[in-house]
Design a protein around this ligand. Structure first.
Ligand SMILES: C[S@@+](CC[C@H](N)C(=O)[O-])C[C@H]1O[C@@H](n2cnc3c(N)ncnc32)[C@H](O)[C@@H]1O
Length: 399
């Protein structure tokens, strides 16, 4: 999906934007596959920390953010599910190897300079020659993917350079592919039948809830506990997870234990409540007006093959609409006033058509308002073309 809502191609930029006004106050974010969702997550991340945020430039997966108080890039990348790299400006480079070599010479003042530069092998090779002329030992690495940057240790020891609008940015934070994949595929409690939220998406959804770390976060359809465990890792302490299935609750508990061990976390620092319960009855178990935010991927219907009859999928859609509306009525009771719900509503791709679940009006009638992070996007879509189920990510506020 390449929705370029703020997109302006560099050659169409007004002269004032051709060079960023203050390099110090900009960071380049390389966004994940769902660029609009990634952008919404970054905006939510800044808003929830009261950091000023504006967009200097966006094209496809490159987003230049301007702010006067950026948090540390290497730490921030660990808290964002939808960002692949965070890069800091090192100086002006007008696509010339001479200028890039000068910038690298300053950036890595001693030892061998190992570097990569985006999309341009010839620039890399010419820059290496120029560095040799300057008396520096240099190695150019053609790094077309994140793994090559990580395995060559270019973030800590070398320089992974990305040039945007004549500014060279060096990567300072890079998403850990290995950690995400360990949490996705290495956790002991798995339910491939009901499906599990990818940890990156769970992290993005938690960020979209824009909650401070002392809030109470709740997932009433917790399954094997991805929202619970990602929230723990992000620093939340008060977390509730429930599910109608006993197996799911056992899986969540196993995954919590696994996470504590893998990340050396102390269970005593958390206030966790994990229990079996039907989401359409939860106000009988959870105190009214006690939850700050609900983040959930509910039951999405039976696993699909793509050859189902549209009528069968439509009938499943109306059953799910009934379940979600009932769950929202209960979630309303347990949420604090102004409480937030970040919730997945599935849409089904059958025979090149979408069958959607339209429950926005019912949810609004219960006392919620749409509280999307990006005002021109009522919801955000997470979907790959090979998938039969797309996930719409909605954000509501209890009025
Ligand atoms: C798609 S899975 C959620 C997966 C979860 N997000 C994860 O990452 O593991 C949906 C879950 O909803 C649960 N469920 C279905 N109906 C429910 C209900 N009425 N109340 C609570 N949980 C329900 C299922 O047991 C299942 O675990």
């Amino acid at each position: 999906m390449k929705q370029e809502i703020f997109s302006i191609m560099s050659n169409q930029l007004p002269p004032s934007k051709q060079q960023l006004p203050s390099q110090k106050n900009s960071r380049l974010f390389i966004l994940g596959r769902e660029t609009t969702l990634s952008l919404a997550e970054i905006k939510a991340f800044f808003e929830s920390r009261n950091l000023d945020f504006s967009i200097g430039f966006q094209s496809e997966n490159k987003l230049v953010v301007e702010s006067t108080n950026f948090p540390d890039s290497a730490q921030t990348i660990k808290r964002l599910g939808g960002t692949i790299k965070i890069c800091e400006p090192i100086g002006v480079v007008r696509n010339s190897p001479i200028e890039l070599a000068d910038r690298l010479n300053e950036y890595i003042p001693e030892g061998k300079i190992e570097f990569s530069v985006n999309d341009s092998k010839s620039l890399g090779i010419e820059t290496k020659k120029r560095l040799k002329n300057l008396g520096r030992s240099a190695r150019y690495i053609e790094a077309n993917n994140t793994a090559t940057v990580i395995y060559n240790n270019l973030v800590k020891k070398g320089a992974d350079i990305i040039i945007v609008n004549n500014i060279a940015f060096a990567t300072k934070g890079i998403q850990s592919i290995d950690e995400f994949s360990a949490r996705d595929f290495g956790r002991p409690g798995r339910d491939d039948e009901s499906g599990m939220l990818p940890p990156k998406l769970a992290m993005m959804m938690i960020n979209l809830a824009t909650q401070p770390l002392d809030s109470v976060i709740y997932d009433p359809f917790c399954g094997s506990g991805t929202v619970v465990t990602e929230a723990m890792l992000m620093g939340y302490k008060n977390i509730i997870g429930s599910d109608s299935s006993e197996v799911a609750i056992n899986d969540t508990q196993k995954n919590v234990t696994w996470l504590l061990d893998r990340y050396n976390l102390d269970i005593n620092n958390f206030n966790l409540d994990i229990f079996q319960y039907d989401a359409t009855l939860i106000s009988k178990r959870i105190k009214q007006n006690s939850i700050d935010a609900i983040v959930a991927e509910p039951f999405l219907g039976k696993p699909m093959r793509g050859n189902e009859l549209i009528s069968a999928i439509e009938s499943q859609a109306s059953e799910l609409k009934y379940l979600y509306t009932k769950a929202f009525a209960e979630m309303y009771k347990v949420l604090k006033p102004n409480g937030i719900i970040v919730f997945i509503i599935p849409r089904f791709h059958v025979k090149n058509e979408w069958v959607k679940i339209d429950c926005e009006k019912e949810i609004e009638k219960l006392g919620f308002e749409n509280a999307s992070i990006l005002p021109d996007q009522k919801h955000l879509l997470y979907w790959r073309e090979t998938q039969h189920v797309g996930r719409e990510i909605w954000r509501f506020r209890k009025i």
